[in-house]
Design a protein around this ligand. Structure first.
Ligand code: PLP
Length: 295
């Protein structure tokens, strides 16, 4: 029961009939070197990843995360991950980390060492930051141009939009730009004024009583937390929809949230320097629901 916890994984092909993955996982000492210098993930960001939350020993939304890893691998033309093996690796790690508190579990599939025989895969669990403050108080967000018009994912699939690749340098730069402008986080827009997503979160708005999020058309990730939020809202009888959302609609919305697996739901309380309406009771009920999930 220790953190951080690192597991190297020998990827088994997706079409293997193997049922037992014992021997394909190797626990690493946290201080031991785990990656080779030639690793393409570190040299070129050429790989895909997922981060899921483990809350009090319960890994959250394993299936949506594994299925998104497979989708990202498909977009990046990486060998298809063996879903059974990834489920087993997650279970193996979860059984060996603390059973209390919030833990971020990241899993990575990279193209491996240049000219090497196989992809490299690993899983890393570390204590999550304490997000209780920001869940209660919300975030100041800015809108930033992502530099692409709507529809770019279909026209230029080599941009790998819609894949959760290891190349997050742009996403991190957008968060630093928010900090420079006295804000906490960013909402990306297309050059023609449509809402996309945050650098590490999905965007959900309430417009005239309906909850909407941009359709995961291929330009953005299909957020697992956003899907859980929609399940919660549907169960409460609320209307939800996936559709294009313009910057004008964002500015007029009666509430907006940035939602993601580990930070969970945070309200936007300031947008581009001006006050923005927030629904704190709903945010707190939603986070309580998300934290109570046992799968
Ligand atoms: N969009 C981007 C670009 C992300 O990086 C993330 C999560 O890290 C999300 C959306 C939200 O996805 P999830 O709710 O599955 O964490």
């Amino acid at each position: 029961m220790r953190l951080p916890f690192t597991l190297l994984i020998d990827p088994v092909p997706a079409d293997s009939l193997r049922q037992n993955f014992d021997g394909t996982f190797h626990e690493m000492e946290s201080s031991a070197p785990a990656l080779r210098v030639g690793e393409l993930s570190t040299q070129r960001g050429d790989g895909v990843f997922e981060t899921l939350a483990v809350v009090n020993g319960h890994p959250q939304e394993v299936e949506p995360h594994v299925s998104r890893l497979r989708n990202s691998a498909r977009i990046c033309e990486l060998p298809a991950p063996n879903a059974e093996q990834w489920r087993a690796a997650i279970a193996y790690a979860v059984a060996r980390i603390p059973q209390q508190g919030e833990i971020a579990l990241k899993f990575v599939l990279s193209r491996g060492v240049e000219h090497g025989p196989a992809p490299t895969a690993w899983l890393h669990a570390s204590a999550a930051a304490d997000f209780s403050g920001v869940r209660a108080s919300g975030v100041r967000a800015i809108t930033l141009d992502r530099g692409y018009p709507r529809g770019v994912a279909e026209r230029a699939p080599w941009l790998l939009m819609g894949a959760k690749t290891l190349s997050y340098a742009v996403n991190m730069a957008a968060i630093r730009e928010a900090h420079r402008r006295g804000a906490d986080d960013t909402i990306f827009l297309t050059t023609d004024g449509y809402v996309l997503e945050g650098p590490t979160s999905s965007v959900v708005l309430r417009i005239n009583g309906e909850y909407v999020t941009p359709a995961p058309s291929g330009a953005i990730l299909h957020g697992t937390t956003q899907q859980s939020m929609f399940d919660y809202l549907r169960a409460r009888g609320e209307r939800v929809d996936y559709r294009d959302v313009t910057i004008g609609e964002l500015r007029q919305a009666d509430a907006a949230w940035l939602v993601s697996s580990v930070r969970l739901a945070v309200s936007v309380v300031v947008l581009d320097g001006g006050p923005f309406p927030a629904d704190h009771p709903l945010t707190s009920a939603l986070n309580a629901y998300l934290l109570a999930r046992t799968a």
